[in-house]
Design a protein around this ligand. Structure first.
Ligand SMILES: [Fe+2]
Length: 295
């Protein structure tokens, strides 16, 4: 596939897409300036035996929490593959908001002003250059399958695609990109769906819990096993108290600080009705077997 084959939103993307070829992949999204969670995630990946070339982060390294520069340095030094999120796009371009696409006046928009201004004041020019150089797409070849990893979807870097979002839209994006599956993040709640034999995987986020009333955060493993692909969505339990302390000390005593312990989001402006009904309901881990696509 060339960039000419990609949907229009990506045709002029720079730098060029990257390809990862591996037998298994650990994916996580949304470190969100949460240094303690990022440390815990990387330690867990090491415990599970994943090397840096088998780990993918779907972006938004910097967002709501109190240690943006430290979290970015940890991720950059880890050597893992990172995709540009809307937060990296906005910060690297010196924009004045996070680019999440929140509607004006919503709670999400009000909260984003606080953390974005703080984060923008913390990152240096080298870190902005690192963010600017991140690819917007990574192709993942695993078990004979070709997957496209992006921050949110193929239409834009900040579209919110949830489990309840249109299956037709997800399938259309995968067909248009000519891939067997998608790997995404951005919306903050992990899920995996097989749609007409194609996989849509959102690996969730490690920086803020999944609005399920627990302080757990989420990641995914995609692994070739005996001619099929096993997909797991796993929870990660860590101690958020250092990140809560950092937010208090740095003037970010917002609803996001409370989320780290309550597991509930401070605002549900972006949530569809289905996900709103599931707020506070503890999520289960997921194991899904993805069989070969029928041609
Ligand atoms: Fe995002």
């Amino acid at each position: 596939m060339t960039t000419q084959d990609l949907p229009s939103a990506f045709r002029h993307a720079s730098p060029a897409p990257v390809t990862m070829a591996c037998d298994r992949l650990l994916v996580f999204g949304g470190p969100y300036s949460n240094l303690a969670a990022t440390r815990a995630m990387l330690a867990q990946a090491k415990r599970l035996g994943f090397g840096p070339d088998e780990i993918l982060c779907t972006g938004d390294v910097i967002a709501y929490c109190g240690e943006p520069a430290e979290t970015l340095d940890l991720i950059a030094d880890s050597g893992i593959q990172v995709i540009m999120g809307n937060c990296e796009e906005a910060l690297s371009a010196n924009q004045d908001n996070c680019g999440c696409g929140f509607d004006a006046g919503t709670q999400c928009e009000v909260l984003s002003v606080q953390w974005f201004n703080f984060a923008s004041g913390q990152v240096n020019q080298d870190q902005r250059h690192w963010m600017a150089d991140l690819p917007r797409q990574v192709f993942v070849e695993i078990g004979g399958r070709k997957m496209l990893a992006t921050h949110a979807g193929t239409s834009s870097i900040n579209e919110f695609i949830f489990a309840s979002s249109s299956a037709e839209t997800k399938l259309a994006q995968m067909v248009a990109a000519d891939v067997d599956g998608m790997i995404t993040g951005h919306s903050g709640i992990a899920f995996a769906q097989v749609l007409s034999s194609r996989l849509w995987l959102n690996a969730g986020a490690i920086g803020i819990p999944a609005n399920d009333g627990t302080a757990r955060v989420w990641y995914a493993i995609v692994e070739e096993k005996q001619g099929r692909i096993d997909v797991q969505i796993r929870s990660l339990t860590y101690d958020p108290s250092p990140s809560i302390k950092a937010m208090d000390e740095r003037g970010l005593a917002s609803g996001y600080r409370d989320s780290l312990s309550t597991g509930l989001w401070p605002s549900m402006d972006v949530l569809p009705q289905t996900e709103t009904r599931q707020v506070g309901v503890a999520l289960d881990e997921v194991q899904l077997k993805w069989s070969l696509r029928k041609s």
